[in-house]
Design a protein around this ligand. Structure first.
Ligand code: MD6
Ligand code: FE
Length: 206
């Protein structure tokens, strides 16, 4: 049974308002330190186009695109330093909702400025699809599109607001999803506007 306020669409478990405003503020402050240590970069896709989203990571491994290859690596591509640790408040969300015995290897940090979006994709670079991916949204609302395991399956969309958490596991773990658009400036958590999405991932099998 879903808890109050919880709902499921196409196998994606939505936990609207999981984080109250003070918890969002604490997490945003912790992420400012992550971003200062590991500056977000615009990955260049295998088609040679820079993404509109800026990305960095925390944890043992970070997700990067290296000369068109999507992979997890232990160091920031520009600074050469190990990724900063995943903030404790972020790990606490994973432990509360993932149902997974163990912590994630990677917290991918996606930064959306004005006009940024993310095309329909699947997260398939991890070594263990039995673990869920947990997503946390902070800042401006965004329209999240959810499909099935085939690119041509029908889709639905839902707005993700600051403090919302999404768990994708089970059959939905390999479903297509993306961000159609961000309602830039509609939320005041992040100074100057913008949206941060965190995705927590188990990368290596036990
Ligand atoms: C975003 N999220 O919300 C992009 N991936 O900005 C994702 O790509 C995502 O929300 C896997 C699981 C949950 C997600
Ligand atoms: Fe994704």
């Amino acid at each position: 049974m879903p808890e109050a306020g919880e709902r499921e669409i196409m196998g994606f478990r939505l936990l609207p308002g999981f984080l109250a405003r003070p918890a969002q503020e604490e997490m945003a402050a912790a992420l400012r330190a992550v971003i200062a240590a590991a500056p977000p970069v615009r990955p260049v896709t295998r088609w040679g186009r820079p993404m509109s989203v800026r990305m960095t990571s925390a944890g043992r491994l970070g997700w990067v695109i290296e000369r068109g290859h999507y992979r997890y690596v232990a160091r920031h591509p520009e600074t050469g330093e190990p990724w900063p640790p995943i903030p404790p408040s972020v790990l606490a969300v994973w432990r509360a909702v993932s149902g997974w015995d163990g912590d994630p290897d990677c917290c991918l940090v996606n930064w959306y400025g004005e006009g940024a979006r993310m095309g329909l994709h699947r997260d398939v670079d991890e070594g263990d699809f039995s673990a869920p991916v947990v997503s946390i949204s902070l800042g401006d609302p965004a329209r999240f599109r959810i499909g099935g395991t085939s690119r041509t399956d029908p889709t639905e969309s839902v707005v993700l607001n600051s403090g919302d958490v999404v768990v994708i596991g089970g059959p939905a773990r390999l479903a297509y999803h993306g961000i159609d658009r961000v309602m830039f400036g509609d939320d005041d958590l992040l100074p100057g506007g913008g949206r941060i999405n965190l995705t927590l991932r188990v990368v290596t099998s036990a």
